[in-house]
Design a protein around this ligand. Structure first.
Ligand code: ADP
Ligand code: NA
Length: 329
């Protein structure tokens, strides 16, 4: 295949994806399948860098894969895998760790933020080593392009540095990946705290989990925080709540924000919320059914993941063998 290779992952940190994961990541993953050779990975090994429960992790990893599939990831065209199924991730990550400077890793802002938030005593060394594992994830597949949000830019920069460093010291081995900036990726904010992004790692009260009861989510949408004005206008600085609702409605309905602003001329926030709730429920109802069917068929889901792991192992194994050879193993 001559299609550019793309790698992207998501942590199984919750039972359900939220609307931000779906609109900000999953929809572009699905679109990219037409033009790219995609590897989509449930990065369960990254999830054990913070506290976890084995049975919960096992359930969430499967549920996350099921949601990728329900959202449109096609396991025939793309490679869908659980990170822990492919041992090469751990193996290459050690080589990457030894190639990384201690100071270099200490300067990663996500490490600094997380260790500050969790407290030095409870910070595992896995949080420190996280970017080196991420570099291994990407480099194993000779990835050309990595879709990244702002929060992962620094990690991708480290990945690029490590690839270049390895190549110049040991000989050409890794493709140096480029960031793939997904145009117009919707950033989705919490319905109750529209200055904060929806997040499953740091969930707020207005997070829309796709697998929650649709009626409860519709109610959450109808009670979203707006402002004291009346005009439905896209203005993230002055009207973050309303703008967030418009972003969601635009992404789910396929209508441009400008067209929506016209639709709501002379109408109120209540109309906008009601319409968004309807469109959301319409989208999420069949999505939930697909997820339930996938999760209910344990054997079928495991077979899809086994096929993905097998395909991934073939590619990753080649890269790892070349790497080991170059370093003298
Ligand atoms: P979370 O913060 O929910 O744990 P992750 O860090 O696992 O999410 O991110 C998974 C993917 O979803 C990433 O590509 C990330 O950019 C995207 N994403 C997460 N939250 C949002 C959001 N609120 N709006 C848009 N995209 C998001
Ligand atoms: Na995040």
């Amino acid at each position: 295949t001559t299609r550019p290779r793309i790698f992207s992952g998501m942590q199984p940190t919750a039972d359900s994806l939220h609307l931000g994961n779906y609109l900000g990541a999953l929809t572009s993953w699905v679109a990219l399948q037409d033009t790219h050779d995609a590897f989509y990975c449930v990065v369960d090994m990254h999830s054990i860098t913070v506290e976890f429960e084995p049975e919960v992790l096992r359930r969430r990893s499967r549920a996350t894969a099921a949601q990728f599939l329900a959202g449109g990831v096609d396991p025939e065209r793309s490679t869908l895998l659980l990170q822990s199924h492919v041992a090469a991730h751990a193996e290459l990550s050690w080589v990457m760790t030894c190639l990384t400077g201690f100071g270099e890793a200490s300067r990663m802002t996500q490490f600094k933020d997380k260790s500050q938030r969790i407290g030095a005593d409870r910070t595992g060394a896995g949080i420190f080593a996280y970017p080196m594992l991420m570099a291994a994830d990407i480099l194993l597949y000779q990835t050309d392009l990595v879709p990244v949000g702002e929060d992962q830019r620094q990690h991708l920069e480290l990945t690029r540095n490590l690839a270049q460093r390895f190549n110049s010291r040991f000989g050409q081995t890794f493709v140096v990946p480029e960031p793939y900036i997904v145009k117009q990726t919707a950033k989705i904010y919490d319905l109750q705290q529209p200055d904060k992004q929806m997040s499953k790692s740091l969930p707020g009260p207005g997070c829309l989990y796709l697998l929650d009861d649709p009626k409860a989510n519709a109610k959450k949408i109808r009670s979203a925080v707006t402002d004291t004005g009346r005009e439905v206008r896209f203005d993230p600085a002055e009207k973050p709540g309303v703008s967030n609702l418009l972003t969601m409605l635009s992404a789910l309905s396929g209508r441009e924000v400008a067209a929506l602003e016209e639709d709501y001329t002379g109408k109120g926030y209540g109309d906008l919320k009601k319409d968004l709730a309807d469109v959301f429920v319409e989208f999420v109802t069949p999505f939930r059914e697909r997820v339930q069917a996938l999760v209910g068929d344990t054997e079928g889901l495991d077979a899809i993941l086994a096929r993905g792991a097998e395909r991934a192992r073939a590619v990753a194994g080649e890269t790892l063998a070349a790497t080991y050879d170059r370093v003298g193993f």
